[in-house]
Every structure is written in structure tokens, then in C-alpha cells.
Design a protein around this ligand. Sequence first.
Ligand code: ATP
Length: 376
Amino acid sequence: MLKVQNLSAAYGQHPSLNDVAIHVSGGEIVVILGANGAGKSTLLRAISGICEGKVSGEVTLNDESLMGMSSDAIVEKGVALVPEGRGIFGDLTVKENLLLGAYSARARETERENLDRVLTQFPKLSERQGQIARTMSGGEQQMVAIGRAMMSAPEILMLDEPSLGLSPLLCKELFQNLAHVRELGIGVLLVEQNAKQSLAIADRGYLLENTRITHEDTAAKLANDPAVQKAYLGAGGGATKAASRTAPLVEVHRKAAPAADPTPRRSAEQQIGTSIDDLVAVATKTSAQGPRRPTPEASAAASQLAQSKVDVVLRDIEEAAKAARRRPPRPAYQSVQRPKAPPQTADTAPPPVIEIYKRPRVEVYRRRPSGQFERD
Ligand code: ATP
């Protein structure tokens, strides 16, 4: 079991984690939900020994402390991290990427079995072993990254926003794959903003808000918690008690739609803060209800407006008719007599146009033996 207690981290004077306590057992998926900047990545980095800041507290795996160990030693102990942005080697093949994951001593002994296990788990990787990794789709690359981490034969697999930049369909596939990873007995610690799908596969979850764990529960209870729904699942109502807690989170989500964000693009669901499935369901329900009927007040106001427009037009027509009656009658139309052209005689007829063509002058020259030209 991975156990984290009183874990704090700070970058200079800036605290990014405060007294965090979580645990993950083998064969369970635990999700950490939190807004941008809450400290989720810092938590994973602190556990895996790669946090650049000052870290204090306790991290143990099966009661053995990992604090102060190098990141290599932590992988050796059985904790692997799939970082945000995947970090695969784009110019290497899928298989080369996977084998690089087996560099630890614990994994090298069982490299063949691990590779078989990963390729069985992700049949797509099996088919594409020879493909250059950067030519794969985002979802497939994410699979390579997870597969590579699994090659280290971890007890605990940590993933930092694996669904980032994936389409809803690929997200679904990814989360299904993570559910399969759990079946192998591996504990999965998942940092996610895609709350709906991650809670759907998770066993438990924590809310990390503003550097602190503020809530912990089973995934099912979190998914039904109005505060979680409002902050992470895009639900509109409920949660008056938690409104003050969730308001800043919603604000941060809005800020997160990045114009110049250098990280990979977030999926549509992450950007709009709600699931495409939910949007489709609402749209279907709305269209089934048929066109909206105006209220009686709105109908009355509209007919009053139309009537007043008709009154104005009728008044204009009446005025125009009265004015026409008062005007003196116009003189009858008289056709204009044009003077007739005099008949043309031989004297008056204009002279015919005679076109004169000039004959082109052709001159022929002959060349004398002396080389000079002379006119013929
Ligand atoms: P996101 O969802 O946006 O990745 P997060 O919850 O993972 O956010 P962290 O990346 O852990 O948040 O960052 C927590 C805080 O620590 C942020 O205020 C961030 O600016 C700060 N921070 C993270 N890494 C560093 C660093 N290397 N140097 C200084 N400050 C950092």
C-alpha cells in the first residue's frame, strides 16, 4: 500500500501542498480531483521523487519510507509515474519505448513477461510494435506511455492527467484500459480533470483544493455530491452549502480555456466543463419537447405591437387618398409630334464611303557573290 502523510511541498516561499494524506492499495483506482494549480502534479512529483521544491512529510510503500530516495530508486521499489504530456520518445518505435520502461533491475528480470503482459493488455500496441511513436494518434501515444510505465512492473501506477488532449472517444478507451490495469492488481493513482469518466472507473477519490485535501469519499458518493457535480461535472444546481468552496474552482476552469497554452489541447469535455453525452441528452430532451410556446403575456404584447403597426399603415393610406382627391386633374397626355425626316434624293443622300486599300510594296533584293545586296 502507498501511504502519504503530512506531505507538504513549497517552491521557494510558495506552498504548493499542505499536510496532504492519502493512501492507495493494490488493485484499486484512486482519483485526485482538483482545479488548475491546486497542487495535483506536485503531489505526484513529490511521491515519485522529482519535485523541484522543498518536500516534507512521509511517503511509504508497504511501510518502507520512500522519502529522500532518488526517482530511480522509487521506480525500483515499485512506484511508476506517467507524467503529464506522456514524455514518450517520438523517434523510437513502440517496442523500443516499451523496452525503455524496463530499465530497473526489478523489471529487467521479468522483461519478457512484462512485455507480453503489456501487449496482451493493449492489443493495439501489439499490432503497432514497429511503428514510430510520434506517428501514432494521441490516444495511442498515451497507451505507449502507460505501457512503458507498466514495463517497470509497478505496484503503484500514477498518472498525471492522462486524458489531456484526447477526444471523448479516446478518453473512454483510456479509462477502460485503466480499469484493466487494476485487474492486474496494480494500484492506480490518477490525477484528472475529467471527473465524470475518472469517477466512473475509480474506487475512491480525494478533492485537492488550494494545496489541501478537502474531501475524501468513495467514487460513487463523490459523483453524487452536488459540490463535486457543480465544480467538476458541469451540473448547474444544488450545493448551496458548498457554493463558496466551488466558486473559485469554476472560475479557474474558465481561465483554463487557454489561448496560448503551450501544453496539448484539452478535450472538448474538459474545455466546456461538461460531458458531451450530457449535452446530447439535454439537446435530445429539448427537441423532444417540441418548439417552445410563448407565454400569454408575450403573445399579447406581440399582437398589440402588430396591431399598432397596421393602424399606422392604414392611416397613411387614408391620408394619401384624401390628398389625391384635393389635387387638380392632370392634363391628358398628348403625344409629341416629331418632325419627319425629308425623303432622301440623290442630292441630299450622303456620299458613299469608299474604302481605299493601299497595296503593300514588295521589294526584292538579291545577294551578289561579293556579299552585297542589290535591288532586283
Ligand atoms: P494543473 O492541473 O494546472 O496541472 P496542478 O494542480 O497539477 O495544476 P501544480 O502543477 O502541482 O498544480 O502546481 C501547484 C502550484 O505550484 C502552482 O501554483 C504552480 O504555479 C506551482 N509550481 C508548480 N511547479 C513549480 C515549479 N517548478 N516552480 C515554481 N512553482 C511551481
